[in-house]
Design a protein around this ligand. Structure first.
Ligand SMILES: [Zn+2]
Length: 366
C-alpha cells in the first residue's frame, strides 16, 4: 500500500516539468523499519516499485551516532559505505539516492524532495532567508547552503532535533539554500497541498515568468557561430541552440552575463558543468574554449554569444538537451530571484566540492 502510493505520487510530481528536470528530485516512504528510497539513476516520471531501494531505517539512524573524519573525501567515503551497508538483502545491485539520509530524518511516512525553479527563486536569492521567514514564518525551516552528503544531512538532523525540542512537534518542510525543498507528511495528498501553498506564496511575490519565446537574434552570425562551435568541439559534438529572449537579454553584455556566470545549485553543476562562457565574437570561441579547458580540465557545456543567445554543447543528443534544459532552469531561477534581492550563486568552495564529489559524478553518468 505504502509502496504503491509512493510510486503513484512520484510519477505524478515527476511528470510535471515545472517541478522536475532530468534525474532531479527524489521521494521516499517508510513502512515499519523499512524505508523505500528512489534509486540513483532513476527518474520520478517513470519510476516503478523496482526503482526504489529498500533500506533499514535502524541502520541509517546509526550513521548519526557515529563520528566521521573532517577530511571531505574520507568522511564522504565512510558515510557512503555505511549508507550502502544499510540496504536490505536483495538490494545489492541498486544504489540509493545520495539524499537518502535526509529522507530518513523525517518521522513522517512520505517525503517529497524537489528543486523547482520557482522555489529556487527564493532559495538562491540574496534576501531569500529573510523572505522565507516573512512568507512562511515557522512553517518552513531554512537550511543555509553547505556541502551536500553527510554534512548537509547532519545539519538537517541537528536543526530538526532543535525544532522538536523547542516546539514539541516534528517539522515538515525544509528550504535548502541553493538547492530545493523537502516536504514530509503521513498523508500523500497533504504533500501537494503544502508544496502548492509554498509555491503560491512565492508566486505572489514573483508574478512574472521569464520569456523563453524566440527573441530577436542575428541569424547570419548565429549560423557562423554554430559552425565554429561544431569545428571547435569536433564532429561528435551535439549542439542545442536556443535564441530565447531570456538568453539574449543575458547575452547582451558581459555585465548582464555576470548575473548567470556562477552556478546556483548542484544539478546545474552536474548537468551543465559549473561555469558557462561568454563570447562577443566568433573569433573568440576557439581560444576561450581552449582557455576554459586548460583552467578546468573539462570542456564548457554552455556558451552565451552576444546577439545570438545560448548554445548547449555535449557529445550525445540527450546530454546536450539536458544541459540546455537545466540552464534554462538556471535562467528561470535568476529571473525569479530578482523579486527576492537578486540571485545568489553557490560559493566557489561549494562549487568545487560538488565538482569533485564522487556521488554526484556517479549520478551524472547515469
Ligand atoms: Zn536535491
Amino acid at each position: 500500500m505504502v509502496l504503491e502510493a509512493l510510486v503513484k505520487f512520484s510519477n505524478f510530481y515527476g511528470s510535471n516539468e515545472e517541478l522536475v528536470l532530468a534525474g532531479g528530485g527524489n521521494t521516499s516512504a517508510k513502512d515499519g523499519d523499512v524505508m523505500y528510497i528512489k534509486g540513483s539513476g532513476t527518474r520520478l516520471a517513470d519510476i516503478t516499485a523496482e526503482g526504489f531501494v529498500k533500506m533499514s531505517r535502524e541502520k541509517i539512524a546509526e550513521i548519526f551516532t557515529k563520528t566521521y573524519p573532517d577530511n571531505d573525501k574520507e568522511r564522504e567515503a565512510l558515510s557512503l559505505a555505511d549508507l550502502m551497508a544499510a540496504k536490505l538483502p536483495g538490494q545489492e545491485s541498486k544504489r540509493p539516492s545520495v539524499e537518502t539520509t535526509l529522507h530518513s530524518l523525517f518521522p513522517q511516512t512520505y517525503v517529497l524532495h524537489l528543486h523547482p525553479a520557482l522555489v529556487n527563486g527564493i532559495t538562491c536569492a540574496a534576501d531569500g532567508k529573510a523572505w522565507a521567514q516573512r512568507l512562511f514564518g515557522n512553517e518552513v525551516l531554512w537550511i543555509d547552503a553547505c556541502k551536500p552528503g553527510y554534512t548537509l544531512a547532519k545539519i538537517c538532523y541537528d536543526t530538526l532535533n532543535e525544532y522538536k525540542a523547542a516546539s514539541g512537534a516534528d517539522a515538515d518542510m525544509l528550504l535548502l539554500e541553493n538547492h530545493g525543498i523537502f516536504i514530509a507528511d503521513n498523508d500523500v495528498d497533504a504533500l501537494g497541498e503544502k508544496l502548492f501553498s509554498v509555491m503560491a506564496k512565492i508566486r505572489e511575490q514573483a508574478p512574472c515568468d521569464p520569456d523563453f519565446s524566440v527573441g530577436e537574434f542575428d541569424g547570419d552570425k548565429a549560423q557562423l557561430v554554430f559552425n565554429e562551435i561544431a569545428d571547435t568541439f569536433g564532429e561528435d559534438s551535439v549542439i542545442t541552440y536556443e535564441p530565447s529572449a531570456q538568453s539574449l537579454e543575458l547575452a547582451s553584455s558581459a555585465e548582464s552575463f555576470n548575473k548567470i556566470r556562477k552556478p546556483f545549485n548542484p544539478d546545474q553543476v552536474v548537468y551543465c558543468k559549473p561555469y558557462p562562457i561568454y563570447i562577443n565574437s566568433i573569433e573568440e570561441i576557439a581560444p576561450v574554449v581552449e582557455e576554459y579547458k586548460n583552467a578546468n580540465g573539462f570542456l564548457p557545456k554552455i556558451i552565451f554569444v552576444k546577439d545570438c543567445g545560448i548554445y548547449a554543447v555535449d557529445f550525445t543528443p540527450k546530454g546536450s538537451e539536458t544541459a540546455a534544459a537545466l540552464f534554462n532552469d538556471a535562467m528561470k531561477i535568476e529571473f525569479y530571484a530578482r523579486a527576492f534581492g537578486g540571485a545568489k550563486p553557490m560559493s566557489d568552495e561549494l562549487t568545487d566540492f560538488i565538482v569533485n564529489w564522487e556521488a554526484e559524478s556517479y549520478r551524472s553518468k547515469q
